[in-house]
Design a protein. Structure first.
Length: 567
């Protein structure tokens, strides 16, 4: 993946690109209670746009909002939004936020309004916005409080000292931990001492946040301070230091561990307590001392085998330092993943007699369960091959369990999207997240057989979860929605605005992975607002790491579009 520059309180790229002079920045925010963002693939919200009765809106608020409502185009409305967000007194923001008077909950304007006002509020009254977000349980509390702690650690710590409710104290302390540790390690240590007394062991996760922050910013200071702590807390601090050292310089940390008498144990414990390090372990096995890879891998074998389970079934694990028990744990995890990811290959291995009796039953059960869901005819063919009564029974049990899995058959998968409420499709989209481009093409072919009304429903469902799908499937869904706009005039504006946002965000994300494919897709879209916003986002994101390529691509756009993108 290409590196992405992230800035706190950045505007959505597509919103920032719209107005000349507004500097484009990366990052994706939500506006919590105030604005509705596209949700992750595993979630769904039924909340629609809220419209308050006009009588409930004070006259001064109606006057302030009038230019936004009177705007004749999206760009004019965005300019009016920016002007309003910069003009409102910070002292008025809590009133506006509480009443939710900026009611554009499914538009880029809402995101823009709340991002600008949030940044201004934090700049001018950090205590006020932090107190309000803490009281409301706002999902941007962590960002606001963390940024305040970095900018003004003394003031942030003083506010933290004033919080008396244990739940609020724990929540806010965790939000401020890394910021305080980075800006003022000594102050963070003082807060840590107070929190140990005020919160007790029940809030060990808060203590852990401070330890992790201090381990990253000032490991020597933390180690020195921890020397006088109780044994359990000192061990937790040293663990945080070991994890931070491996994250910062893996090879250097391993070299340091190898010279310590307890180095291997510290290495294994550190990886066992950090999933990111564990996921990178398989690619670093060759640089480790003898036996270290085996010891760490056997603690959490899933992360080691998940990308290529078949490789570990064929590997000579014992020659790599695995004990019999360690090798057995790793291979068990590999068998389980192979049976679910590639059941035919797993069953072929069963037919070749590559497993023991107990392993054989385990693989047959899991493989037949997944194969029956993916290809019922193939599962029936495999069932006919079994002659052993126990194998037949296990295979039959597996096929009966298939009903618990989402369908992987293209027509059945698409039909599930048509029939079920979007909130009930978590497992279906979890399955789709693992598909390659070929499988996505089969699903899209099944999509083409649907009636037009069903196509729209499925495309909208796919478009709202584009972040979790293979880009080829997400691109097809969003492209369909652009080429087939909603026919209802009363809802056209809201849907179109939401679609612009989805297309813009998708183009920026795809630019991180494959800018060439993303740029071809953008050029294939019909001219209009969606294509223009997608082009702007793609160019802004692409130019962060390949500015020359982004400029060459922009130069090939049609005249007016090229000017907008280059601007």
């Amino acid at each position: 993946m290409k590196p992405i520059v992230r800035h706190a309180f950045a505007l959505l790229v597509f919103a920032a690109s719209a107005v000349a002079g507004w500097q484009a920045k990366c990052g994706r925010e939500t506006a919590g209670d105030e604005a509705q963002e596209t949700l992750p693939p595993s979630k769904h919200s039924s909340r629609g746009r809220r419209v308050a009765e006009k009588a409930a809106v004070p006259a001064d608020v109606s006057a302030a909002l009038a230019p936004v409502y009177a705007a004749r185009s999206p760009v004019e409305r965005m300019r009016a939004t920016i002007e309003l967000a910069n003009r409102l007194p910070v002292s008025e923001l809590e009133r506006w936020y509480s009443a939710d008077w900026f009611q554009f909950n499914e538009s880029m304007d809402s995101n823009l309004f709340y991002q600008i006002t949030r940044a201004r509020w934090l700049e001018e009254d950090p205590e006020g916005i932090t107190a309000y977000f803490l009281k409301r349980g706002h999902d941007r509390l962590g960002q606001v409080a963390g940024e305040w702690a970095k900018r003004d650690p003394q003031a942030a710590a003083a506010f933290l000292d004033s919080v008396r409710d244990p739940k609020d104290l724990a929540k806010l302390a965790q939000c401020m931990a890394s910021g305080l540790a980075a800006a003022d390690p000594a102050l963070a240590l003082a807060q840590l001492s107070r929190l140990r007394s005020d919160l007790g062991s029940q809030q060990s996760w808060v203590i852990g946040s401070f330890l992790n922050g201090l381990a990253a910013s000032s490991p020597a200071l933390l180690e020195s301070e921890a020397a006088g702590w109780p044994v359990s807390l000192r061990q937790q601090a040293m663990m945080a230091i070991d994890v931070a050292s491996l994250r910062g310089d893996f090879a250097g940390a391993v070299a340091a561990f190898s010279g310590a008498p307890d180095g291997r144990e510290r290495f294994v414990e550190a990886l066992s307590n950090d999933s990111q390090l564990m996921q990178s372990l398989a690619g670093r096995a060759g640089g480790l001392p003898d036996g270290w890879f085996a010891a760490a891998a056997s603690r959490n074998p899933y992360y080691v085998v998940k990308d290529d389970p078949g490789r570990w079934l064929d590997a000579d694990l014992e020659s790599e330092g695995f004990t019999k028990v360690q090798a057995g744990n790793l291979r068990s995890q590999a068998r389980s993943l192979l049976a679910s990811n590639d059941p035919v290959k797993a069953l072929d291995m069963v037919a070749r007699g590559e497993f023991s009796d107990s392993e054989r039953r385990e693989v047959i059960l899991n493989a037949m369960r997944h194969l029956s869901k993916k290809d019922a005819a193939a599962a029936e063919e495999w069932m006919a091959r079994f002659s052993d009564e126990e194998d037949i029974k296990v295979a039959s049990d597996g096929m009966q369990l298939a009903d618990d899995l989402p369908s992987a058959e293209p027509e059945a998968w698409i039909a599930a999207l048509v029939a079920a409420p979007p909130g009930n499709l978590y497992r279906s989209f979890e399955e789709a997240g693992r598909w390659d481009a070929g499988r996505c093409a089969e699903v899209w072919a099944a999509f083409g057989k649907l009636p037009d009304a069903d196509k729209r429903k499925v495309a909208e469902s796919l478009g709202s979860r584009a972040e979790g799908l293979n880009p080829s499937l997400a691109a097809n869904a969003l492209g369909y929605l652009i080429e087939n706009p909603a026919p209802e005039p009363s809802v056209q504006s809201g849907r179109a605005t939401n679609l612009v946002r989805q297309v813009s965000e998708f183009a920026a994300r795809w630019a991180d992975e494959d800018p060439s494919a993303a740029s071809r897709w953008v050029k294939s879209l019909p001219p209009g607002e969606e294509r223009l916003w997608a082009a702007r986002n793609l160019a802004v994101r692409w130019s962060e790491y390949e500015p020359s390529a982004a400029r060459r691509w922009a130069a090939g756009l049609p005249g007016d579009e090229r000017v907008e993108v280059e601007r």
